[in-house]
Design a protein around this ligand. Sequence first.
Ligand SMILES: Nc1ncnc2c1ncn2[C@@H]1O[C@H](COP(=O)(O)OP(=O)(O)O)[C@@H](O)[C@H]1O
Ligand SMILES: [Mg+2]
Length: 284
Amino acid sequence: MPEAAISVRDLRKSYGSVEAVRGISFDVARGEIFGLLGPNGAGKTTTVEILEGYRKRSGGDVSVLGSDPAARDRGLRKRVGIVLQSSGFYPRATVRESVEHMAAVYPAPRDPSETIALVGLEEKRDTRAGKLSGGQRRRLDLALALVGDPELIFLDEPTTGFDPAARRTAWGVVRKLKELGKTVLLTTHYLDEAQSLSDRVAIVKDGLLIAQGPPSELSADRARYRISYRRNGQLAQHETDDPTELLHRLTGEALERGERLEDLSVSRPTLEDVYLDLTSEEPS
Ligand SMILES: Nc1ncnc2c1ncn2[C@@H]1O[C@H](COP(=O)(O)OP(=O)(O)O)[C@@H](O)[C@H]1O
Ligand SMILES: [Mg+2]
């Protein structure tokens, strides 16, 4: 197997007495879109900022494109694109000026106009950054991260605060990055975003990684089928590993009674069910 783009082993981070990350491990392959999914305060930004070289870890090993980001090597930084959770840009510079300025920092940047088009900001190219809407600013952040043509891109909550149309645009950009062969580590607390974009996701909660795998397998892992129907106006539900057998029995019994099972359905838990189940406060 080729060397992973990112490798994290037993990563730990404490802020004073707060243990924000309590020993998490995962690998991200080159060309993969990997989603760190979890509620606010789970430790996603802490993890990503350690990988970006912005924060020091308290323990564990990490490797990013073969280097330790804690060394803050300039060569590594030019191969990585970063969208911070909260951004910094010059409010008086226009979109085009901001992107061109950033392009000048990199040895082999993408074309600035093409990058502005990629994030869907063509119509705003001459607008000052300070006059953009929240969603447009996040798209500018994305353009600033992409213009250096990095191999690896960190996107920390890339669509928080976006309206639905802007989210779709941003999702399109992430998919284009994958087509270009880039590696993407994204964090999100939106389950649909993680599910729709990621090749694999890791669910984090309270600084621990509580599940990881391809979105489809994460839900399949706990795949109890659910059969539901109405009887005398009351909803009845059953869970089973063998829906064929149970369905046969339920429908057989109903026919013997001369009844129909109204609203009969067979479903599997979605990733949403799994996520809510894993991240709920109640012990399960
Ligand atoms: N600079 C900091 N100093 C102290 N505590 C922090 C700091 N940054 C984050 N934390 C705490 O660490 C935990 C994880 O935060 P964070 O990594 O930002 O989570 P997420 O990005 O998943 O919302 C939270 O309890 C947060 O309050
Ligand atoms: Mg965060």
